[in-house]
Design a protein around this ligand. Structure first.
Ligand code: ZN
Length: 633
């Protein structure tokens, strides 16, 4: 155990516990009324989830809410469109309902006199393709991921930490599952879980499937850490021993980095399917990770997605435990204020990259290539000439899911990648200011420290973060962040790379991280040479960088690439054309189809292939290698 961040006074901690009374802190005067919720996933392969709720009520008007703003999704993404089959009844008699005319996520029912229990039936239709994050595809014939928020209503006016649910679940025959919820008993094919608050229920998704395997990652940790694998095939569960060991190292390195933890146990859920939306969502005592089916068994796929579990694990500290005030809500309807996502996601992206390397999921060389790719991408981002990073965090809810066409001019959720560069600079600066005695690891142990084992939330403001950094290394941290985040910066923040003894260069050699990413995402990225990227799956031009040779030639984003120098295009032919153009004066000729019309685009480019890499600069110390090296093994 380590002492809590010192300026966080006892009174503040007590106030936090009152404001966020998780189960351990709930010592209510009278036992709270408990809502029963039963979810039936028997029809999950047919993309229908069923739920039954039984809610203690009093006669009169009752407002019920469907969760709208979901923690970690940073927007109003509750899948209200796919809530169907809504039916209310009491004592076997149907009760009519109406939706609020202005708030689509709110419903009103009138409870008749004498009624003390409201029965609710509803279905959720997980989509097959569309939808963002947990509102996206979540099922296949063999598996399903279930987020409780998609299948429940809750009474308005009470804190999500006070409303209690008693969850139970039915699965298709033979399916196994993983969740952070604690199983209390089985009754026939029904699995019953311990009663939890609404906040904890929404924080505890279930991954279930016909092919299921559990790996213990605990190692020397004091509490249980498990990895639940659910996949579309038995073969996909065949994790390589070195990958399994690296996940075990991840747990050990994570705890070593932060010095303590804020969960009673931790469950990584990893769903492996090509029919489920790929992403990760953080939770306090678990994470919901969804990746393509063959991720664990194909090296290129594993490398390109290796950073996901480290990122979501870091979030247990930086997101679930320490959380920006604007992202701390006691209900699911109040909009978030997302300004501090450059800490919530940006610092997590940096620490996730560091832990991916420290755990051995990546070699340090691979991590360097990943860092070079990020630095190059942000250095070739014309949108940064008009949009400050703070506007990407503030507008996150409208930037997630924005189209690829125009993305370099629009910018997207750049706070993830740019956070890596900014927090690397913070890390190197702390090391310089303290003459090598301290690092960002020390900040992590104080800011995210405190007593282990208790799943609490400790909100913070920008000023708290700046003060905590100043305790580790006195510096004008507000001035530092104000200039990098709150004002327009045409140049990418590369000081961290320079301070750590390296520089960004471009060569003809492939960047391993970029190459794996291109292969798994089925695209060819020529952003640093011709100035565009193109899908190898449907030949669509994904984006064209303003000011690039391709833009000067008039290449339209979202057009279809047909031919290169008169021959049907393939990635190999286009890359050979780039090589050939080095010795020629003629431009590269691209035939494109732009909404039915064909045209030839002349790209006057002769500088050859350009891929980003890091190479040592003249600084004496190689801080980067030190940062990326394991602390423990
Ligand atoms: Zn994240």
């Amino acid at each position: 155990m380590k002492p809590m961040y010192r300026s966080l006074r006892i009174a503040t901690i007590l106030a936090m516990l009152v404001a966020f009374p998780f189960e351990s802190a709930v010592v209510a005067q009278e036992p709270p009324a408990v809502i029963d919720i039963h979810v039936d996933l028997s029809d999950a392969p047919r993309r229908i989830f069923h739920a039954r709720l039984s809610m203690p009520v009093q006669p009169g008007s009752l407002d019920l809410l469907y969760p709208k703003w979901l923690p970690g999704e940073h927007g109003p993404t509750g899948p209200i469109t796919d809530l169907v089959g809504l039916n209310f009844s009491a004592d076997g008699k149907t009760i009519s309902w109406r939706r609020d005319p202005q708030e689509m996520f709110a419903f009103q029912v009138n409870i008749p006199a004498g009624v003390t229990q409201l029965d609710i039936k509803l279905d959720y239709l997980p989509p097959s393709a569309s939808g963002q994050f947990t509102a996206g595809a979540a099922t296949s014939d063999r598996l399903a991921v279930m987020s409780w928020n998609a299948l429940l209503l809750y009474p308005a006016g009470k804190s999500a930490h006070e409303i209690m649910y008693r969850p139970s679940l039915t699965l298709p025959a033979g399916w196994g599952f993983g969740t952070a919820l604690v199983e209390s008993r089985r009754e026939g094919d029904e699995i019953h879980f311990a009663t939890v608050s609404l906040a904890t229920l929404v924080d505890s998704p279930v991954s279930a499937g016909a092919h299921h395997r559990v790996l213990d990652l605990t190692g020397k940790a004091a509490v249980r850490h498990r990895l639940h694998l659910v996949a579309d095939s038995e073969e996909a569960l065949d994790i390589k021993p070195e990958t399994e060991q690296a996940f075990r190292n991840l747990v050990a390195e994570g705890i070593a980095l932060f010095g303590s933890y804020h969960y009673s146990k931790y469950d990584f859920l990893l769903t492996l399917s090509d029919h489920v939306q790929s992403f990760g969502l953080e939770h306090h005592e678990s994470s919901d990770n969804r990746l393509p089916e063959r991720t664990l068994v194909e090296e290129v796929r594993m490398n390109s997605r290796a950073g996901l579990l480290p990122h979501e694990f870091v979030h247990s500290w930086n997101a679930k435990y320490r959380r920006p005030e604007g992202l701390t809500r006691d209900n699911f309807q109040t909009p978030y204020q997302t300004d501090l996502l450059w800490v919530y996601e940006g610092l997590t992206s940096y620490l996730g990259l560091v832990l991916t390397s420290r755990s051995g999921l990546w070699t340090p060389e691979y991590a360097q290539d990943a860092l070079a790719r990020i630095a190059a991408r942000l250095s070739n981002r014309p949108g940064r000439t008009w949009r400050p990073l703070i506007d990407t965090t503030r507008a996150a809810q409208i930037l997630f899911g924005s189209p690829s066409a125009g993305s370099s001019w629009r910018r997207g959720v750049d706070f993830y990648d740019e956070g890596v560069l900014i927090w690397l600079e913070v890390d190197t600066l702390i090391r310089q200011l303290s003459k090598g005695r301290r690092s960002l690891d020390d900040f992590c142990r104080t800011f995210f420290g405190g007593e282990s084992g208790l799943a609490t939330v400790a909100p913070y403001a920008y000023a708290d973060l700046v003060a905590a950094l100043a305790e580790v290394a006195p510096h004008d941290w507000k001035g530092f962040f104000d200039s990098r985040i709150y004002s327009v910066q045409a140049e990418a923040p590369l000081n961290g790379i320079t301070n750590s003894g390296w520089r960004l260069v471009y060569t003809g050699e492939p960047n391993l991280a970029q190459q794996d990413r291109e292969e798994t995402r089925e695209l060819l990225n020529l952003s640093f040479s011709l100035g565009f990227s193109v899908s190898t799956k449907d030949n669509r031009v994904l984006d064209v960088l303003p000011g690039s040779p391709a833009a000067a030639g008039g290449l339209p984003a979202a057009s279809t690439l047909v031919a290169v120098n008169g021959r049907r295009w393939t990635p190999e032919i286009l890359q050979q054309a780039i090589v050939d153009a080095q010795q020629a004066n003629e431009p590269i000729r691209l035939l494109v189809e732009n909404a039915e019309f064909f045209s030839e685009v002349l790209v006057d480019y002769h500088a050859g292939k350009r891929h980003p890499h890091l190479e040592r600069n003249d600084r004496k110390h190689d801080l980067l290698s030190k940062i990326l090296a394991p602390r423990l093994h």
